[in-house]
Design a protein around this ligand. Structure first.
Ligand code: SAM
Length: 295
């Protein structure tokens, strides 16, 4: 911690564009700064005014709203930029999470920058980052892809074109497509591809499923239906990742399997060894080395 925190709650809000993150399911995930900005701006541009109104009602915010969505992004961006040029303070929010991330926000940000208007990120909830940090997968390098293509052929091509190696891949996926996506992941990357599905993050039924694509597919297919919002993550390719990274993730992987499958450490270790194509005793020695390594 640097100790250089800004305490700007008593300053009037400067003119400009505010990109404000809102919760992805849990109302407590709104920040104090987001509330202050939403209360103080002249207008809030919303992906869906009715959706945002629920949030505003909850926090007793009475700022006027205007719609700003996929279908009017271009024209509305021009209109809002004209107001910003006159010194307005405008917030942009999406239905949930961080605007501009698989959501509207990018066009108005670019238009405001081109017009020389000040632009302020108001950080907060984001599904991809929330899923990633609790996935147990390496976070040093990751690529966020937004949604996988909905069409089967395009989805498979998108997977085939991924640059693997030491990179964790993060996708948003619709619940009714996740079984097909997992089948494609297995087909493209093989039976041992480790996957994490993060579902309903920050909500009552939040859950993490960790295992091979096939295991997760069977687990989800056994349910009456797959519901909720989903972040799908692919572990780096073991064959191409560095030995250091492999070592670093063995303990995490074993612990994650023990928890998600309610199995013993030995059973989890056997599974991880099988998935990595190494012997049980080699995996055991590796686990011991990791656990005894000075931190
Ligand atoms: N801008 C948002 C953000 O910052 O995360 C993402 C918007 S995108 C249109 C919506 C997708 O994000 C959902 O279909 C799902 O894949 C993912 N998502 C949003 N909320 C989620 C949650 N609570 N749990 C898991 N995934 C979520």
């Amino acid at each position: 911690m640097s100790g250089d925190y800004e305490k700007n709650s008593d300053k009037p809000l400067a003119p400009g564009l505010y990109l404000v993150a809102t919760p992805i399911g849990n109302l407590e995930d709104i920040t104090l700064r987001a509330l202050r900005v939403l209360r103080s701006v002249d207008r809030i541009a919303c992906e869906d005014t009715r959706q945002t109104q629920k949030l505003l009602n909850h926090f007793e915010i009475h700022t006027p709203t205007v719609s700003y969505h996929m279908h009017n992004e271009g024209s509305r961006a021009d209109e809002l930029t004209a107001e910003l040029k006159l010194g307005a303070r405008i917030a942009v929010v999406s239905d949930a999470g961080t605007p501009g991330i698989a959501d509207p926000g990018g066009q108005i940000a670019a238009a405001a920058i081109a017009a020389g208007i000040d632009i302020f990120p108001i950080p907060g909830a984001n599904a991809a980052i929330s899923g990633l940090i609790a996935s147990g997968l390496p976070t040093e390098r990751f690529t966020f892809h937004g949604f996988l293509p909905a069409r089967a052929g395009q989805r498979k091509t998108a997977l085939e074109e991924l640059v693997r190696g030491e990179v964790t891949h993060v996708f948003y996926e619709a619940p009714h497509r996740v079984l097909d996506a997992l089948a494609d992941v297995e087909e493209v990357f093989g039976v041992s591809q480790h996957v994490v599905v993060a579902r309903e993050l920050t909500k009552l039924h939040e859950e993490f499923l960790r295992g091979t694509a096939g295991e997760l597919r069977s687990q989800l297919a056994a349910r009456a239906s797959v519901r909720g919002e989903i972040v799908l993550m692919l572990a780096p390719s073991p064959a191409e990742s560095s030995s250091e990274q492999k070592r670093a993730s063995l303990t995490v992987e074993v612990a994650a399997l023990m928890k998600s499958e309610a199995i013993s450490e030995m059973d989890a270790l056997k599974r991880v060894a099988r998935e990595r194509g190494i012997g049980k005793s080699e995996a055991y020695r590796e686990l011991q080395r990791e656990q005894n390594r000075p931190r």
